[in-house]
Design a binder for this molecule. Structure first.
Ligand code: HEC
Ligand SMILES: [Cu+2]
Length: 314
């Protein structure tokens, strides 16, 4: 796992609290292991049979004292583990859907990409989940097809996305801007492993600018050299891909597409990769990919790829 995708390098308070629990259980397990091994070696060294000694050692069967000791100590340890685990489980199972201070995001898993809707802002986006620093985010998770699982390892626990169901999860964003990795954590088909997304954490100011850019309608007058690409895009692609952030689609919303670091959630953003992707998505993500290959001419794909490069935020 790369930078920003590590559950034992937590970012944000939800992940930090969960990490605290991991450390607590690990500490107790190490303590038990060490004590047991020390006693074990002490006993086999000190009490081993000495030459010529044929007496039978003192028998301790049925000793109340011993039985109480080895019942009570594990009970205390389990208690120390159980109280914070149960308390944290309940304190993190809170629904902030009606809290105006909390950012609301609906995340939908698709074979094999993620869509994010910000209902309060009228924004749809895909692949990149953009969030400000130091904020609580309430997620409503669902799926359009099979069961996926939404996971941002550095930010806290994962949760399934089920078709026809809404699961709720809140997370807190990190204190510092940065890029974290998100994953689908439930095997969902042959390109499950490519179902990644990015969490782009911005300063408050940059986030507000992003929201404003996303809410600005797309420029309808494109320069002459990409007009044919735009025309082809309208004819062949618009039925699934919106270029304004205000509406969902059968495919990822492409507002700001050219600003993304990756194509289709995993391919490096280069001119060549954009072209190759739109020409034959199934080559990369297999037959179950929901974007069809369209049998256009190579040049037409080139033109469309040129046009896609203009889909930048202002
Ligand atoms: C039937 C609907 C459909 C049509 C038609 C379609 N696409 Fe897609 N497109 C999708 C889906 C679904 C995905 C997501 C695939 C995935 O990543 O698993 C996608 C992904 C993409 C991506 C990657 C988006 C990102 O955020 O990284 C690009 C770029 C793209 N399509 C461009 C096009 C172009 C250009 C055309 C027309 C030539 C086109 N698509 C036609 C459904 C469609
Ligand atoms: Cu998945």
């Amino acid at each position: 796992m790369g930078q920003g995708s590590n559950p034992i390098d937590p970012k944000g308070s939800v992940a930090e609290e969960q990490y605290g629990l991991i450390l607590l259980s690990l500490g107790i397990m190490i303590l038990v292991t060490v004590v047991v091994f020390v006693l074990y070696f002490y006993a086999i060294v000190k009490y081993r049979r000495k030459p010529g000694d044929n007496t039978i050692p003192k028998q301790v069967e049925g000793s109340h004292k011993l039985e109480i000791i080895w019942t009570v100590i594990p009970m205390i340890l389990l208690f120390i583990l159980a109280v914070p685990s149960v308390a944290l489980t309940f304190s993190q199972d809170v629904d902030y859907s009606d809290d105006p201070e909390v950012i609301q995001v609906k995340a939908t898993g698709h074979q094999f990409w993620w869509e994010f809707e910000y209902p309060d802002l009228g924004i749809y986006t895909a692949q990149d989940l953009v969030l400000p620093v130091n904020q609580r985010v309430q997620f409503e998770l669902t799926s359009s097809d099979v069961i996926h699982s939404f996971w941002i390892p550095a930010m806290g626990g994962k949760m399934d996305t089920n078709p026809g169901m809404i699961n709720k999860l809140y997370l807190d964003t990190p204190a510092e801007p940065g890029v974290l990795k998100g994953k689908c954590a439930e095997f969902c088909g042959e390109s499950h492993a490519l179902m990644d997304f990015k969490v782009i954490v911005l300063s408050e100011e940059d986030y507000n600018a992003w929201v404003e850019d996303m809410q600005t309608p797309a420029n309808t007058t494109v320069s002459a050299d990409v007009q044919s690409g735009e025309e082809l895009f309208k004819q062949n692609c618009m039925s699934c891909h919106a270029i304004d952030a205000g509406s969902p689609g059968l495919g990822p919303n492409l507002k700001g597409f050219a600003d993304r670091e990756v194509v289709a959630g995993f391919l490096e953003m280069t001119d060549d990769n954009v072209y190759k992707w739109i020409r034959d998505p199934a080559y990369f993500k297999g037959d179950r990919v929901e974007m069809p290959g369209l049998f256009l001419e190579d040049e037409q794909y080139q033109d469309i790829a040129e046009y896609l490069k203009t889909l930048k935020l202002e």
